[in-house]
Design a protein around this ligand. Structure first.
Ligand code: MTE
Ligand code: MO
Length: 380
């Protein structure tokens, strides 16, 4: 069993697949705190978790071709911690498949049946990828440097490793804060999350945040990995598995604006308090550092709207990598016994969420950011 060395996990996680391990926390736990505790952070593994000895660990960075620094640079974990300034940043990671189960409800899709909690927020620390690339001999002007490839140390039975890439420009621009992280919430990165080193690409889909990082290289082309080329792409709803041409769509990088209701839960019976009010809670986040500027909540299926209160650390303009939690105390419609609560967020570019899933349905079940609806029964 290639999974026999996998770490133990918190029993409260909802397991979507045991081998490889994929699990999400109960949504209401997610919005109890701004920072998600490591053991409750969603886990998305494609392969067995590698067992890496940190004392023997080495990161390989291929040098720029045709220069006197062409030989690969090898860095130990200690090199990464001591040769480069330590940089800290709070970043929300979201899987492209978050909320896939709502998409499957419209029409079945291929993929793990994620609820609304394939998203979590942590404080990461490590070396800036930019600093490491500069040390390896790259500059902004390195010819033919268009994409940075990351290869994981996790592999399947044929020896194929997990891999992904981001643009060279994203990696080199200081403002993007792309990190080679060795710490998660003040601890060494847990095994499930990439021990001893992973890439954190703020504002970019989970899939490019390669865990158990073994090798970095730079190329004119994107990564040739399955997960860059033939997965994690969006398509028109008319495209099915017989007609799909993965070459026709770009790889997902920045994610669109997102929000969801974590409390109350779907199907729950809600009892209003003495003021006849209920508390609605949730999260909101957008890709590429766009800040969440507003969350709208309806308690009557979208007829009338309220503005929720936002919580979270103040982040810099265009560097709002972390989510906002939100809360609303509002009155339920007085007569109704069945109520639909809806949320939708607005980001700093005034991007909004689509109102339904069907027009954004795609065969892989990715990028679901439709208004989130929760149906509850009211008990007075
Ligand atoms: N990196 C490696 N090496 N192997 C993987 O399976 N999964 C990716 C990404 N990095 C993966 C990986 C996907 S699809 C996501 S959503 C995130 O890791 C999940 O990160 P987490 O498990 O720390 O939440
Ligand atoms: Mo993912």
């Amino acid at each position: 069993d290639p999974y026999s060395q996998d770490p133990s996990r918190h029993p409260v996680l909802k397991v979507n697949s045991a081998k490889p391990f994929n699990a999400e926390p109960p949504p209401e736990i997610l919005t109890e705190r701004y920072i998600t505790p490591n053991e409750l952070f969603f886990k998305r593994n494609h392969l067995p978790v590698p067992n890496i000895n940190p004392d023997e660990y080495q990161l390989t960075i291929d040098g720029p071709h045709g220069t006197n620094q062409e030989a690969p640079l090898k860095l130990s974990l200690n090199d990464l911690k001591t040769k480069f300034p330590r940089h800290e940043v709070i970043v929300t990671l979201q899987c492209a498949g978050n909320r896939r189960s709502e998409m499957s409800a419209v029409k079945p899709v291929k993929g793990l049946d994620w609820g609304i909690a394939a998203i979590s927020n942590a404080r990461w620390a490590g070396a800036l990828l930019r600093d490491v690339l500069l040390d390896a001999g790259y500059t902004e002007d390195t010819p033919k440097a268009l994409h940075v490839h990351f290869e994981g140390l996790d592999k399947d039975l044929t020896g194929t490793k997990y891999g992904a890439s981001i643009s060279f420009q994203r990696a080199m621009n200081k403002q993007n804060e792309v990190l080679l992280a060795y710490e998660m919430n003040g601890e060494p990165i847990p095994r499930d999350h990439g021990f001893p080193l992973r890439v954190i690409v703020p504002g970019v889909v989970g899939a490019r945040n390669v865990k158990w990082l073994g090798q970095i290289s730079v190329s004119t082309e994107e990564s040739s990995s399955h997960w860059q080329q033939n997965d994690y792409k969006g398509f028109n709803p008319c495209i099915d598995w017989d007609t799909v041409d993965f070459k026709s769509s770009p790889s997902i990088q920045e994610l669109p604006v997102q929000s969801a209701i974590t409390e109350p839960k779907a199907g729950q019976t809600v009892t209003p308090d003495s003021d006849d009010k209920v508390t609605v809670k949730g999260y909101a986040w957008s890709g590429d550092g766009r800040e969440i500027v507003r969350v709208d909540v309806s308690l009557d299926g979208g007829k009338t709207w309220n503005v929720a209160e936002l919580y979270g650390e103040k982040q810099k303009e265009r560097q709002s990598w972390a989510w906002k939690l939100w809360k609303l105390e509002a009155s339920l419609p007085t007569e109704d016994k069945e109520v639909t609560i809806i949320c939708k967020a607005v980001d700093s570019s005034y991007n909004v969420q689509p109102d339904t899933v069907a027009p954004i349905w795609n065969l892989r079940g990715v990028l679901n950011n439709a208004w989130h609806r929760v149906h509850v029964s009211v008990h007075r």
